[in-house]
Design a protein around this ligand. Sequence first.
Ligand code: ADP
Length: 594
Amino acid sequence: MIYPLLTVEIRFEQDIVLARQRARQIAILLGFDAQEHTRIATAVSEVVRNSLNYGKGGKVEFLVEEQSLLVFIARISFKGAKIEDVQASLEESDSDEIGFGLLGARRLMDRVWVKALPNGRTAVSLSKLFPDRIQAINKQQFAQIVENLARQTPQNPYAEIQQQNQELLQTLAELRQRQEELAQLNQELEDTNRGVVALYAELSDKAEELKRASELKSRFLSYMSHEFRTPLNAIISLSNMLLARIDGDLTSEQEKQVNFIHKSAQSLTDLVNDLLDIAKVEAGKLDVCISAVDVADLFGALRVIMRPLLAQKNAVELIFEDFSHDVARLQTDEGKLSQILRNLISNAIKYTESGEVRASVQKGVDQTIVFSVVDTGVGIAQENQSRIFEEFVRLNEFTSKPIQGTGLGLPLCKKLVELLGGRIELQSELGVGSTFSVILPKIDAQEINVDSAKTNEASKPLSPLRSPIKILIIDDNEVDRYTIKNWLTELSCTAIEASNGYVGLELAKTEQPQAIFLDLIMPGLTGFEVLDRLKLHTNTRDIPVIIISSMTLEASEYERLAVSAVAIFKKENASAKEAIAKLKQALVKAGVLF
Ligand code: ADP
């Protein structure tokens, strides 16, 4: 339905002003919002001006079209301008004046379109949708509008210019207000930016502080762990000696007490070792030594290591599942992988009352290899599954039957797995059991060189001595010297003691011992330096040296020592049997023992 409202003829310049006035009056009467009045009036006057400038004048019809929507239309038809030019000007953004007017109108109205009319006439239609609040206008309302229009006599052009000026002033005022708002917004943004920059600086300071604190923590842990280790080793060695009845028998009560001492010292050593390892990983000081790993050997060793723990759990069975040949060998750090699996399997045994613990290995997706430890134990509630990888988090410590532990095993496992380029995953259900999976990148294994000539020197019977044997012990710790001296009783040899590197070097030259036990961490000359100097002198260079120290060696340090020493032991792991076996082996090689 189309409702014509008014037609204005365009013949002279002043008709532009008239058309503008009428457009504004109509916009007001139709109920458009105030800012739309100026837009409609300006769009109409722009196109009417063009029709006069480039055509020969014509008319402008104002109407309302009611279909699905209510639309106001101003249709300006004129003669003389080529339809193609008008059309082109509307489409080109960098056009001449015709286009400028049309393009301006297009920005102010909802739609502008051009149509060719008979007799060489052209029509430009400008349309604007009614505001949402006006859904319909009935016939009576239209009649009223038309009547009002007829009554409103056109004002003189000055009045319109005055009106236009006022609008301009208002627009300028609005613009100024916008500018002020924008300036204020800019200021706020700048302030916010400055705040953000300050926050970043603070964050970066905090991060630096945290890093320093973390480094300090690692250094402190590392230092304390070393300091703890020496007395702990002494306690373990001495209690071992007592339990071995080297200095006489024990009553059953004494044996029980010494066992307690040994056990407590051992668990404290575990804690200290875990702390030291965590500190080392955090400080990036733990080297990864990649070598070919034989999974059957690894599982075999783990089976033996777990035996004592398993012996305390009659109702738990430990099963190492068979595996396919494509996962039988891999390249990784064997020591760290073994440490990870040892932790997971011992946890599985610890937290399982009855049932089984299964260790297995299989191929994973994307060239990975997956080690799994599955248990039928207490399980872990969903909400605790990520927490248990945090340091010192223990779930069962306040239960009626607390289980021994430090809360460091899993965090260390996680760190070690990540160090090996893998990740650790957990699936668990409370009361049903848990599955810990270690997913490692699979690096193709080279063939493992199996030393076919491996013989067990320790099992060889002791041969007669060629001459009385002198063994030099260089260690600043009196208890450790005493422990080693005790091991040597089996060989009925003379032990010479040196409490520092300088004395040790001197005694090595003057006493010409058949072998040397050497500590690494000593005040003054370190064991490394003593070893280097021993190897420099012609009369000490051939004396076999056995390193025995509490120091955790980096791969490079280990390699450096391995060139010159016949064996390297860690104090807390060293057993009399192994140390003596190595000593005997060295003495046989040196021709001291037959
Ligand atoms: P902990 O020395 O206490 O065993 P871990 O870091 O190894 O320390 O483990 C943290 C906690 O996670 C344990 O205290 C225990 O509550 C829980 N946990 C670890 N492994 C298992 C498991 N296999 N089954 C049930 N709970 C487990």
